[in-house]
Design a protein around this ligand. Structure first.
Ligand SMILES: *Cc1c(COP(=O)(O)O)cnc(C)c1O
Length: 386
């Protein structure tokens, strides 16, 4: 049965396999014995390998050990967890914050804590899988609106049974497309129709907005959205998810959220690394500037070469290829050219939109970007994509 299933996936060019990288997640990595330029990590600011972050993780491990020993509500809340939540609340400008072992767990835990069977969820069609899973787990009626389509969202809001608790769910930066949710318009609709907003800012946290607080800061609506969700696993360079909001909201989650309660607290090292990374974000704004410069260099180069890019506004730059086998061929041609950016295929993206999702970081040099563009050009030509 397993083999049959795998055979079927293989026939559809949808089989996946794990590839091991034998180095840190820097601008270049060692893949199967060769050094390649990495253009697929979400370590946007290079903080996963920042010396301050690495040293903080080592120091926390020395002092507090490799694991936390228990769930947060038993005896797993160690000083580094508390310090991280204090730092996050200060960074996000909220009363309190709560961290989860993963962004995935935050979404599947918090959405069901916010809305139940009697509620309605309206979600963007391109929402991250963890949001979809959270929505399904909640048991609420679940409808999708066309991607970033405010007319469609308004229609669904206007049509619902009056008085039905409603949650609007969206990514901040869309993870596979790199465009940004129209948060001002969403906030306006939410206010007009009495709905609540849940924004997953996994990719915006640390990189968007004048101080890096994310998509809501970028769109000028922080105060209009009562709580903010993001991850510590992308620009923050560690692991975990977070919610920032009022003290009452955070205490409510501590008391109701199963994905918080029934799992062991993350290792002290990941909490300490995230705290150090938030400090670096505050102290080294140049990293953010460098990230956006690099993003422009890569985006302009790709456009000049004639690649068909998605409508990205972020360091996520997808080259839409279409069929999964073509995306696989491009990914392999890129590896041959010394560039690592795997194919993203259904069900991660809608059918016929298989792609190479390129991402750039603050740590890539101009030379590395130009070298990657030369590799992309050769690979694109070989496959008649440009
Ligand atoms: C990566 C991601 C998550 C999951 O976060 P993890 O910390 O990796 O579990 C959730 N939402 C979005 C939009 C993501 O891109």
């Amino acid at each position: 049965m397993f083999k049959q299933h795998l055979q079927k996936l293989g026939d559809q060019h949808l089989l996946r396999r794990l590839r091991t990288i034998a180095s840190a997640t820097g601008p270049t990595v060692i893949l199967e014995g060769r050094e390649v330029i990495l253009l697929s990590s979400n370590n946007y600011l290079g903080l996963a390998t920042h010396p301050t972050v690495v040293e903080a993780a080592i120091a926390a491990t020395r002092r507090y050990g490799g694991g936390s020993g228990a769930a947060r509500l038993v005896c797993g809340t160690l000083t580094p967890h508390e310090a991280l939540e204090t730092a996050l609340a200060r960074f996000k400008g909220t009363e309190a914050a709560l961290t989860f072992a993963a962004g995935y767990l935050a979404n599947i835990g918090v959405i069901p804590a916010l809305i139940g069977k009697d509620g309605l969820i309206l979600a963007d069609r391109l929402c991250h899988a963890s949001l979809i899973d959270g929505c399904r787990l909640s048991g609420a009626t679940f409808r999708v609106y066309h991607h970033r389509d405010m007319n469609h969202l308004e229609q669904l809001l206007a049509r619902r049974t009056s008085g039905k608790p409603t949650l609007i769910v969206t990514d901040g930066i869309f993870s596979m497309d790199g465009d940004i949710a129209p948060m001002k318009d969403i906030a306006q609709l939410a206010e007009r129709y009495g709905a609540t907003i849940y924004v997953d800012d996994a990719h915006g946290t640390g990189i968007l907005g004048p101080t890096g607080r994310g998509t809501l800061e970028h769109c000028g609506v922080e105060s209009r959205v009562p709580y903010h969700m993001g991850t510590l696993s992308k620009a923050i360079g560690s692991a975990g998810g977070y919610l920032a909001g009022s003290a009452a909201f955070i205490a409510y989650l501590v008391n109701t959220c199963r994905a918080f309660t029934y799992t062991t607290a993350p290792p002290p090292a990941t909490a300490a690394a995230a705290t150090a990374a938030i400090q670096v974000i505050e102290q080294e704004p140049d990293r953010r500037a460098r990230l956006w410069q690099n993003r422009e260099r890569l985006a302009q180069g790709l456009t000049r070469l004639g690649f068909r890019l998605a409508a990205s506004e972020s360091p996520i730059l997808p080259i839409i290829v279409g069929d999964p086998d073509r995306a696989m061929n491009l990914a392999q041609a890129l590896i041959d050219q010394g560039v690592y950016a795997p194919a993203i295929r259904p069900p991660t993206v809608p059918p016929a939109t298989s792609r190479i999702r390129l991402t750039i970081t603050a740590d890539h040099t101009d030379e590395q970007i130009d070298q990657a563009l030369a590799g992309l050009e050769r690979a694109g030509r070989t496959l008649n994509l440009i």
